[in-house]
Design a protein around this ligand. Structure first.
Ligand code: HEM
Ligand code: FES
Length: 353
């Protein structure tokens, strides 16, 4: 995309997704408050309901943060979760808004009754210094930065690498939130339920990231079979399902996606120019390899995005030797047209259609 601001394209799919997310958030807060009221019928509702609202919104923000952090490794581990990536940024903005509501209710309730500025009253201890609330405040600032730069304009303006590095700050937000909740809850609660849930969440997220990372490293470490002149064997073309791709590691972390379109093959970089998504895990739609993460498309003949888009990715040359398909590991310049390679006739019958 060019560095020109375009408002969010509200497709029907996105509207339905957002409506479901908002519905689930409202249901979560209502259930949290309803169950707590039923569990503690003796408490004064005028004191108890604002506290429950603060807690419900804080807990919801925490849950959303875990879901967002789990989506990336889940999608790396199984294609079944790939669809969750498409709207992850909407989920991130929802997280920020929920956390902001939590902070506003806290500030109004704990800071709104004195003569002092409510934010100062909440963040600064009477004798000076700050407490666990300040860690929540810092986390909120990080979430604000991420939500504000989540639009594609900022992705194009900063470039995918810098944008991705900036959005890695979500892990800083996570650490700040964990510290905020641990210190805040341990201050008043004797129950270990929330700390135990936090520890379980951290272990689950750590385990998922470790499993996904190990799998990627193993894939990249695999040494491909090479012909004498260095071309890399991609195996039997008949094994590639029609309109899908096989991803081959070329060594040194480079990956190529070899797509099958009926009886012919085309090769291009596996790395999407949007956010580095795995193009080869997508499929051919309207003659274009379509990235499974957010739907960016690249013409299979030359690696260029269809107009009005202007992205280009490197293409690769293919050839057939002794019935085996091979790829030249040297990439062509982004957007270079390539000749399609016909699949050997004995391979055509398998997996086609
Ligand atoms: C300006 C920013 C923030 C302030 C001033 C703040 C303040 C507070 C306060 C005072 C409490 C204790 C509420 C009570 O039980 O009486 C609390 C709890 C909590 N906060 Fe925050 N917070 C902020 C940001 C955040 C953020 C960004 C998150 C998560 C993304 C978060 C998640 C939570 C959670 C999970 C709890 C515990 C809820 C429970 O006890 O069930 N907070 N916060
Ligand atoms: S990474 Fe977003 S479309 Fe490919």
């Amino acid at each position: 995309m060019s560095v020109r601001f375009r408002a969010v394209n509200w497709t029907r799919h996105k509207l339905v997704y957002d409506a479901i997310v908002v519905g689930l958030c409202v249901a979560f807060v209502a259930a949290f408050i309803g169950v707590s009221l039923a569990a503690y019928p003796d408490r004064q509702p005028d004191q108890w309901i604002p506290t429950l609202l603060m807690r419900a919104l804080g807990t919801l923000a925490l849950v959303l943060l875990h879901v967002i952090l789990a989506i990336g490794p889940l999608a790396r581990l199984s294609e079944r979760f790939t669809f969750l990536l498409a709207n992850r940024r909407h989920l991130g903005v929802t997280l920020f808004l929920v956390a902001l509501l939590h902070a506003l209710v806290v500030t109004g309730w704990y800071g709104g009754f004195g003569v002092e500025n409510p934010l100062v009253a909440v963040l600064v201890r009477p004798g000076g210094g700050v407490g666990f609330e300040f860690l929540g405040f810092l986390a909120l600032l990080v979430l604000l930065l991420l939500a504000a730069t989540s639009h594609d304009f900022w992705l194009a303006f900063l470039g995918p690498a810098a944008w991705k590095a900036l959005h890695m700050l979500v892990y800083v937000a996570y650490a700040l939130v964990v510290a905020h909740v641990t210190l805040g809850v341990l201050r008043s609660e004797t129950s270990l339920v929330l700390p135990a849930l936090l520890a379980a969440g951290a272990l689950a997220l750590g385990g998922l990231h470790l499993a996904a990372g190990t799998r990627e490293l193993k894939r990249d470490a695999a040494t491909p079979d090479r012909a004498d002149d260095g071309w890399v064997d991609i195996g039997d073309a008949g094994d590639i399902p029609d309109q899908r791709a096989r991803v081959v590691c070329l060594g040194g972390g480079a990956r190529v996606a070899v797509f099958r379109d009926g009886g012919s093959l085309h090769a291009m970089s596996n790395i999407c120019s949007h956010q580095g998504g795995p193009i080869g895990e997508g499929e051919i739609i309207d003659g274009c390899a379509t990235c499974p993460w957010h739907g960016y498309q690249y013409n299979i003949a030359d690696g260029t995005s269809p107009p009005p888009y202007t992205e280009k990715i490197p293409t690769y040359e293919l050839r057939v030797r002794g019935g085996r398909v091979q790829v030249n590991p040297e990439p062509n310049a982004p957007g270079t047209p390539t000749q399609p390679v016909s699949i050997p006739s004995d391979a055509n019958s398998e997996h086609a259609g």
